[in-house]
Design a protein around this ligand. Structure first.
Ligand code: T4K
Length: 420
């Protein structure tokens, strides 16, 4: 326990963790099984273009998710784009601003207009009454994001979509392995898009998938991801190269096998965080409705500056100096980023909850490499930070910030990366 402000690493004390704990560290999977699959791919001579590994991966995903069609693609952004094209979206698509920038960028890149609606404070997913205010004659779809794995308010959004004759789609990049009530996420709405990026609980290094029970959407997705090619001498539509490689599918299959263990560890870690952070004034672990089961891949904490005594950004700096590389996803908020910032066409309604949460949330490290003892130490660190908040705030203003030696955000390390 840090007893004096001067013991905090941000003010020059020793860092709590010499080996940093990282949000987004790729999850380990069974190396032998992966290498065995890599050898199978190399032996087969089929490295990409819809080989047996991708087909097996799609089949296993469909069985796991309880959905009829899975179309594996090269990454989550491509999944969003292929899904939008296959659903023949036009004009405007309503999305939350509290999401990774890929959600609106994928649409904008397709010539669609992302329109930002506000979110619900508790689930941090689209607020149906805000969505309703964004719908107009140009709207072709609502694209909900199951943020942090919290399911959207599917029923209300589906009702809105039905009433207005528009599609309901989901960006499910955070929600692999999560459920909406008893139903696995992956078969909701017209279609869902997943990311299997290396930082995700279910990963294929780079990769993604569109999942759907709509056969015609699945068929169009398969065409679009492969240049619209339907046969050796037949091209049926416009398309792009969004294919998943056999090596990515080999990684994905291996990752899928370790998923139950990873979810178990993450859920345990979330419980440890709740216990250790309970009672720290101004901190709240954000968790969604208990009737849904989560993969707990993100541990999201809200910092109430007035109660805690330090802003979220100050807490982040204190933690990072100690070797706890927490993040503030998704600052600055998509509606504050180019090309959307300051454009009422993208933000026709106010986003008060989004703006509040963008100032409050941070994500703490979890996953298989984060132990109960690590979480105990992080809890103690946050407790001491709150206890010394006044002094820390004062001294952090005066003193030069000290960085963890391995922090990639350290100005000299960041500058070297930029130059390279
Ligand atoms: N929709 C949503 C809601 C999403 O969250 C995402 C992706 C997408 C769509 C698009 O899917 P993709 O097209 O990416 O498949 C990361 C990921 O790059 C991104 O995939 C993810 N969301 C987003 C939430 O997080 P950054 O900017 O945090 O990445 P980076 O490089 O800072 O890595 C995070 C930490 O992990 C770092 O401390 C380093 C560490 N790391 C990372 C990688 C890749 C490693 O230790 N090893 C690694 O190989 O974006």
């Amino acid at each position: 326990m840090k007893r004096l402000p001067s013991e905090f690493a941000i003010l020059g004390g020793a860092a709590q963790f010499s080996e940093p704990l990282i949000v987004g560290r790729p999850t380990e999977f069974n190396r032998d099984r992966f290498l065995h699959r890599v050898a199978q791919v190399l032996d087969s001579g089929q490295l990409t273009n819809g080989g047996p590994m991708v087909q097996e991966f799609e089949g296993r995903l469909a069985a796991y998710l309880g959905v009829q069609h899975v179309v594996a693609v090269s990454n989550g952004t491509a999944a969003l784009q292929v899904m939008s094209a296959a659903c023949q979206l036009t004009g405007e698509v309503i999305v939350p601003s509290m999401t990774f920038i890929a959600t609106p960028h994928a649409l904008q890149w397709m010539g669609l207009r992302p329109v930002f609606a506000d979110i619900d404070r508790h689930s941090q997913t689209l607020n149906p009454s805000s969505v309703k205010r964004c719908i107009n004659a140009k709207t072709s779809a609502i694209l909900g994001v199951h943020l942090w794995g919290n399911p959207c308010d599917v029923e209300e959004l589906q009702e809105l979509a039905n009433q207005n004759g528009i599609d309901l789609l989901f960006d499910s990049s955070h929600a692999f392995g999560c459920s909406y009530g008893a139903q696995k996420i992956g078969s909701l709405g017209k279609a869902e898009a997943f990311s299997f990026h290396a930082t995700k609980i279910m990963q294929s290094v780079e990769g993604g998938a569109v999942t759907t029970n709509d056969e015609s959407v699945a068929k169009r997705c398969r065409l679009i991801r492969n240049f619209g090619i339907a046969g050796l001498t037949q091209i049926d539509s416009i398309g792009i190269n969004a294919k998943m490689s056999e090596l990515s599918a080999a990684a994905g299959l291996t990752s899928l096998e370790s998923l139950p263990d990873l979810i178990r560890q993450n859920v345990d870690n979330l419980g440890h965080y709740q216990r250790e952070l309970d009672g720290i004034r101004g901190l709240r672990v954000a968790i969604s409705n208990s009737r849904h089961s989560l993969n707990a891949q993100y541990v999201v904490v809200c910092v109430n500056e007035a109660e805690f005594g330090l802003s979220r950004d100050a807490v982040l700096n204190v933690l990072r100096a100690e070797g706890v590389f927490a993040r503030a996803y998704f600052v600055p908020g998509c509606h504050n980023a180019p090309p959307y910032a300051g454009n009422a066409d993208h933000t026709p309604v106010s986003l008060p909850v989004t703006d509040e949460l963008l100032d409050e949330v941070l994500q703490l490290p979890t996953g298989i490499t984060v132990s109960e003892s690590d979480i105990f130490q992080i809890g103690r660190l946050l407790q001491a930070t709150q206890f010394h908040a006044g002094m820390l705030s004062e001294q952090m203003r005066i003193a030069e910030s000290h960085w963890h030696p391995l922090d990639p955000a350290r100005p000299d390390i960041a500058a070297r990366r930029e130059a390279a």
